[in-house]
Design a protein around this ligand. Structure first.
Ligand SMILES: Nc1nc2c(ncn2[C@@H]2O[C@H](COP(=O)(O)OP(=O)(O)OP(=O)(O)O)[C@@H](O)[C@H]2O)c(=O)[nH]1
Length: 182
């Protein structure tokens, strides 16, 4: 099976749960006392998608403002960016919009953008509505999903959504099938 490597970076305010999403996805684990990321951290996970394997090379960046200038090192060359906000913090949704603007101005052309509204287990104290998030995502052509790293909601789906963008076109699938049948 062919392996496709996909560099993915996570961006967003400090404390929105970027590291927790990665930890849930890669290790299926949640740590209540997780420390803020310093600089960035790197993890990988390989998942099947269609007739190939996708190896995610995941760069989890630090959300604290003092690390902002490092971000281009991680989004440069990325196939996709997961931009995370906390559904209980309107400010974090504002920061997400700033990241989208930066990606559009300085990020790779055609980067796939996926928005994750994290901490959906705290939906009773939400400050950002699903409607607002969906409208915004649609306006920039991004995938959007509400996640909970804590309760393992939609984390797999978030990365599956990214994976689908990189499936070979149907044409190539048919071609492959045709030659296999010869
Ligand atoms: N209730 C709830 N808490 C969460 C969730 N995800 C993360 N947290 C908590 O939010 C806090 C921050 O999580 P992190 O994963 O460190 O956030 P981060 O975005 O990586 O933060 P930086 O590394 O500073 O950029 C921690 O106390 C987590 O336990 C979630 O889905 N639900």
């Amino acid at each position: 099976m062919a392996i496709r490597e996909l560099k993915v970076c996570l961006l967003g305010d400090t404390g929105v749960g970027k590291s927790s999403i990665v930890c849930r996805f890669v290790q299926d684990h949640f740590d209540h006392n997780i420390s803020p990321t310093i600089g960035a951290s790197f993890m990988t996970k390989t998942v099947p998608c269609g007739n190939e394997l996708h190896k995610f090379l995941i760069w989890d960046t630090a959300g604290q403002e003092r690390f902002h200038s490092l971000a281009p090192m991680y989004y440069r060359g990325s196939a996709a960016a997961v931009i995370v906000y906390d559904i209980t913090k309107q400010d974090s949704f504002h920061t997400l919009k700033k990241w989208v603007k930066e990606l559009k101005e300085h990020g790779p052309e055609n980067i796939v953008m996926a928005i994750a509204g994290n901490k959906c287990d705290l939906s009773d104290i939400r400050e950002v509505s699903i409607k607002d998030a969906k409208e915004y995502a649609e306006s920039i052509g991004a995938i959007v999903v509400e996640t909970s790293a804590k309760n393992a909601i939609n984390v797999e789906e978030l990365f599956q959504g990214i994976s689908k963008y990189f499936l070979p076109s149907l044409y190539y699938l048919y071609l492959e099938l045709f030659f296999k049948l010869q």
